[in-house]
Design a protein around this ligand. Structure first.
Ligand code: CMC
Length: 446
């Protein structure tokens, strides 16, 4: 049974249990038997510490490189069933949110646990909208980057720099302060992103327009030129908003883990968000959308797809945008994104790389290499095609992931801070290095 399903929790809380909720372990080194409590289909790792051969030993640990089977926390934010391809924020299905909600409403839901009523949504939107401007000094700071600086590098630095502008953000156990930093982070991320983009083009920065929606204002700051008022195309604005909803949170992924881990040292949320953004930048995580596009360009034509797949199967390269630690089925976000793509392509024209992507997917879904490893398209497989059609350069793709993920990061951070079971994150290791040995003077070393 999946350890995190709500169904499991119901079973664990049920009253008609046939057996005890414990795990019996016999240590064959000593013949001793132990009974370890089971809660929510998990055991507490520290319960293993009582298992030892000699009383002065440290005790048993579990070894789990890359957290393949370790729950780091209890969470009420996002639920994923990777076998069934299910994703829910606070109990609401991603399909329903993508169809009916907006990014800002979804961000409220993720952070507060409930959908807002009308006045709550108005207040929330007002505060986010009125925190979109950045200090003029941040602009100067961004201007210092080289013209071809990767926007993710600029973002990571600029987010970290915000902590120097708002030193009161260190007051992390003050609810009002946390709320203020939340408005600032969600409000300013699109501005930093758009300014990074304009800097790379050598274009003047376009200031936020508070009359536009969150996604519409972002498009304004990116693409406004000499017009007095920028009016975003409603289809593209909506498509971007849906993409933001799909990327808002994804439970304990690499960047959420970075946010929790760095935040557990009680650093301010800007510094923790910079760390999470850095984690997202990697090509195995949020940087994958950029890599997908580079891969499709490298494949170049339909005729080259079989040869590329052959190289993937030989272990020479990866099919980027495929595979997931948790999803062993079609990523539900990828399914929604295919629909969003249709709407964008209708306006902007069909992306010529789409046929190559579809052919990669067709072959992979029939090929035993991918089928036996349960490798399906993930969220990043089709987003790059949409972003490219909307006019974004590839280097902006991971930035488009980071903007909406900010709400998820803050929710994960706040949940971690308020969880009495959490402490500074500090894993153990299995030390396999040298035992104590004497220091050799320089002239005696071979
Ligand atoms: N292409 C080819 N083979 C793959 C791929 C791929 N994209 N992904 C996994 N495999 C193989 C892998 O080589 C391994 O084979 P074997 O059992 O023969 O050694 C097997 O499938 C299991 O893979 P794994 O690396 O143990 O799986 P993981 O859970 O550690 O890695 C992953 C998950 C997402 C890092 C990986 O699938 C990958 O590198 N995918 C490409 C990058 C990508 O698209 N990342 C975006 C993830 S979704 C968005 C996000 O959350 O950031």
């Amino acid at each position: 049974m999946n350890p995190t399903t709500p169904e499991t929790q119901v079973a664990a809380e049920g009253t008609t249990r046939m057996s005890r909720d414990t795990l019996s372990i016999t240590d064959n080194r000593t013949g001793k038997a132990y009974e370890i409590p089971i809660k929510n289909d998990t055991i507490h790792a520290t319960d293993l510490r009582q298992i030892k051969v000699k009383p002065d030993e440290f005790g048993m640990m579990s070894y789990d490189p890359a957290f393949n089977n370790t729950a780091l926390c209890q969470s009420k934010i996002t639920f994923i069933d990777g076998d069934k391809g299910i994703l829910r924020y606070r109990g609401y299905s991603i399909e329903e949110l993508a169809e009916k909600s907006t990014y800002l409403e979804t961000a409220y839901l993720i952070l507060h646990g409930e959908l807002p009523n009308r006045s709550q949504l108005e207040e929330w939107t007002y505060h986010i909208t009125h925190h979109t401007f950045i200090h003029e000094s941040v602009k100067k700071f961004l201007d210092g980057f080289h013209y071809d600086a990767h926007p993710m590098g600029m973002m990571i630095s600029a987010i970290a720099a915000l902590s120097t502008f708002y030193p009161e953000a260190k007051d992390i156990f003050n609810k009002d302060s946390r709320r203020k930093q939340t408005y600032r982070l969600i409000g300013k991320m699109p501005t930093l992103a758009a300014f990074s983009y304009r800097h790379s083009l050598g274009m003047p920065f376009a200031y936020p327009d508070n009359e536009l929606s969150y996604a519409g204002n972002f498009l304004n700051m990116l693409f406004k030129t000499s017009e007095l008022k920028y009016r975003p195309n409603p289809t593209l604005e909506h498509a971007l908003d849906v993409l933001f909803i799909l990327h808002a949170d994804h439970e304990q992924n690499c960047s959420a883990n970075a946010m929790r881990c760095v935040g557990s040292s009680h650093v301010d949320p800007f510094s923790a968000t910079a760390a999470a953004t850095a984690a997202l930048y990697g090509p195995l995580h949020g940087g994958a959308n950029e890599e997908v596009l580079r891969m499709l360009l490298e494949i170049g034509s339909l005729a080259n797809v079989p040869a590329f797949i052959k190289r993937v199967k030989a272990g020479e390269t990866k099919l980027m945008g495929f595979g997931h630690r948790v999803y062993k089925n079609y990523d539900p976000r990828a399914r929604i994104i295919k629909h969003v793509a249709d709407g964008v392509f209708e306006i902007m024209g069909r992306n010529p790389l789409l046929n190559i992507a579809l052919e990669c997917e067709r072959i992979a879904l029939e090929d035993d290499y991918f089928v036996s490893r349960k490798l399906y398209p993930n969220v990043d497989f089709y987003t790059g095609l949409i972003y490219q059609s909307m006019g974004f350069p590839v280097t902006m793709f991971p930035v488009l992931f980071a903007i909406p993920r900010t709400s998820g990061w803050i929710a994960q951070w706040e949940e971690m801070l308020l969880d009495p079971e959490q402490k500074i994150a500090r894993p153990r290791q299995v030390y396999l290095g040298y035992d104590l040995r004497p220091y050799a003077p320089l002239d005696q070393r071979s």
